[in-house]
Design a protein around this ligand. Structure first.
Ligand code: ADP
Ligand code: MG
Ligand code: MG
Length: 249
């Protein structure tokens, strides 16, 4: 589904990704772990097409299409969702307005009719329920005054509404307490655990992987994948740290 080959990328002339190769098949949840500064968020930004990140070598195909030929909104319409470590606040815009606009612009990109207000609210309510958020919360301004856990749950409600084919989730577990972690993890399972979908799940910690069981785990260090294994690799990293894997690399 997602095929990354020999990807090199830089920001402000500094090379961050350095020959990164990785494949995620349909039906696969692929966890990416790695030390701070390894390039994990950079990978997420490059996949999302964030300005300032320059790809200097290599390729990424998404369902056989050259990802870099697609503008960020076209990537979304093609079914790619990106969840970020630091969600933005949008004062003056409610979650309901924001989510409806996001869904309808994506539908438009696919040549589909927009959802009516009533249809949208029904969908929003269903997905909010999955994340144990009430509709009152969704009427508030986007992320303004939300706790870290509420921001992440709101982002997962967004993912549920957009119903992407592929999700890149960057440290969705950061700042979550144990209860929120379980709700968010179960939300990811409910929305994305599907033979036709794929997930790149970037995380520092094993604890999210206790809820969202990965099919594969890869270690990203110094801008490339240095090891890939099954779920046991995450447990080993938790016990032994990254030094062991880096020494193997
Ligand atoms: P990770 O998410 O794995 O912790 P990042 O992708 O955020 O790592 O960062 C990778 C490296 O890129 C780090 O060394 C970081 O300092 C550097 N970096 C990130 N953004 C910039 C920038 N705007 N200018 C220069 N270096 C940057
Ligand atoms: Mg980091
Ligand atoms: Mg990061």
């Amino acid at each position: 589904m997602l095929k990354i080959e020999n990807l090199h990328a830089e920001i402000d002339g500094k090379q961050i990704l350095n020959g990164l190769t990785l494949e995620v098949a349909a039906g696969e949840i692929h966890a990416i772990m790695g030390p701070n500064g390894a390039g994990k968020s950079t990978l997420a930004y490059v996949l999302g097409g964030r300005p300032g990140y320059e790809v200097t070598e290599g390729s990424v195909t998404f369902n056989g299409e050259d990802l870099f030929e697609l503008e960020p909104h076209e990537r979304a319409a093609a079914g790619m969702f990106l969840g970020f470590q630091y969600p933005v606040e949008i004062p003056g815009v409610s979650n309901v307005q924001f989510l409806r606009e996001a869904l309808n612009s994506q539908r438009k990109g696919r040549g589909e009719e927009p959802l009516s207000g009533g249809e949208f609210l029904k969908l929003a309510k269903e997905k909010a329920g999955l994340l144990r958020m009430d509709m009152e919360m969704l009427k508030r301004q986007v992320n303004v005054g939300f706790s870290g856990g509420e921001k992440k749950r709101a982002e997962m409600v967004q993912m549920g509404i957009l119903d992407p084919k592929f999700a890149v989730l960057d440290e969705t577990d950061s700042g979550l307490d144990i209860d929120a972690l379980r709700v968010v993890g179960e939300g990811i399972n409910a929305i994305m655990r599907d033979p036709a979908k794929g997930v790149l799940l970037i995380t520092h910690y094993q604890r999210l992987l206790d809820v969202v069981k990965p099919d594969k785990v890869s270690v990203l260090a110094k801008g490339r994948i240095v090891q890939t294994g099954g779920p046991e690799l995450a447990l080993r990293l938790e016990e032994e740290g990254y030094d062991v894997v880096m020494a193997d690399a």
